[in-house]
Ligand binder design. Structure first.
Ligand SMILES: C[S@@+](CC[C@H](N)C(=O)[O-])C[C@H]1O[C@@H](n2cnc3c(N)ncnc32)[C@H](O)[C@@H]1O
Length: 204
C-alpha cells in the first residue's frame, strides 16, 4: 500500500485538531528559536499542515517544508498564502525522495515523524549528511517502547493502512542519534509517556 494513503485520508481532519498540549508546543517552538539565526536554511520533513514551519518563518532565511501527503501540503500552502508567508516553500515529497547537496542545511526539523518511519536509521543518517557542521536536527518523537509495550502487537495492523509505527525507547532514539555522529545538545519531555523533544547537533 502507498505509504501516504493514511495521511491523505486524515489530512482534513488532522488540520482541525487542536494542539494536544499547547504549553509543551510553545516551549518547543521557543527552544528551537533559541538556535535559529536570520540567515539559516531550514528543512522540515513531515511538515503536516504547515503550522510549525509558518510559525518559525520570521526567524530564519528560508524553510523547505515537505510532506508525503499532497493534501497536507495543499492545506499548508493555503495557510501560508492567507498569511502572505514568502520564505516557506511547501512541496509534496517524502524524506526518501528529497534531495539536497551534502552539508548545505543549517537546521532540519522532524516533528512527530521518526516513530512513523520504517527506515528511521537511514533518515537520521540522511539528515546528518544534509546538515552543515554545527547544524541542528530538532525532533519530537513518541518513544512508545518506554510505555506502551502493546504497540508491538498493534503496529502490524497500522501498517496495513499505510501507518507505520516504529517502536523504540528514548534510550534507543538517543543511541540512534549519537551512533550517527550527533551530540545531544538539548532534551526535554513534558511528562511520562509524552513525546521526547531533542535538539541534536552535528559537530562543528
Ligand atoms: C503525525 S504527523 C506530524 C505532522 C507535523 N510534523 C506535526 O508535528 O503536527 C506526520 C506527518 O508526516 C508525514 N509523513 C509520513 N511519512 C513521511 C515520509 N516518509 N516523508 C515525509 N512525510 C511523511 C505525514 O503525511 C504527516 O503529515
Amino acid at each position: 500500500m502507498d505509504r501516504s494513503f493514511f495521511w491523505e485520508k486524515i489530512a482534513k481532519h488532522y488540520s482541525k485538531q487542536p494542539i494536544a498540549d499547547e504549553a509543551a508546543y510553545q516551549k518547543k517552538l521557543q527552544v528551537t528559536r533559541g538556535y535559529f539565526r536570520p540567515d539559516m536554511e531550514v528543512l522540515e520533513f513531515g511538515c503536516g499542515t504547515g503550522s510549525t514551519a509558518i510559525a518559525h518563518s520570521p526567524y530564519v532565511k528560508h524553510i523547505q517544508a515537505i510532506d508525503i501527503s499532497s493534501k497536507m501540503i495543499e492545506i499548508a500552502q493555503g495557510k501560508a498564502d492567507a498569511k502572505n508567508i514568502e520564505n516557506v516553500t511547501f512541496r509534496r515529497s517524502s524524506i526518501d525522495e528529497f534531495s539536497v547537496s551534502d552539508r548545505t542545511l543549517d537546521a532540519v526539523l522532524g516533528l512527530s515523524i521518526l516513530h512513523l518511519l520504517e527506515n528511521k536509521e537511514e533518515v537520521i543518517a540522511k539528515v546528518y549528511k544534509m546538515l552543515k557542521p554545527g547544524g541542528i536536527f530538532v525532533t519530537s518523537t513518541a518513544c512508545v517502547g518506554d510505555t506502551m509495550k502493546f504497540f508491538k502487537v498493534v503496529a502490524p495492523i497500522g501498517k496495513l493502512f499505510g501507518l507505520i509505527l516504529n517502536v523504540f525507547t528514548r534510550k534507543e532514539l538517543e543511541d540512534s542519534l549519537t551512533d550517527t555522529g550527533f551530540e545531544i545538545d538539548y532534551q526535554w519531555q513534558a511528562g511520562k509517556g509524552k513525546a521526547v523533544f531533542i535538539v541534536a547537533k552535528k559537530a562543528g
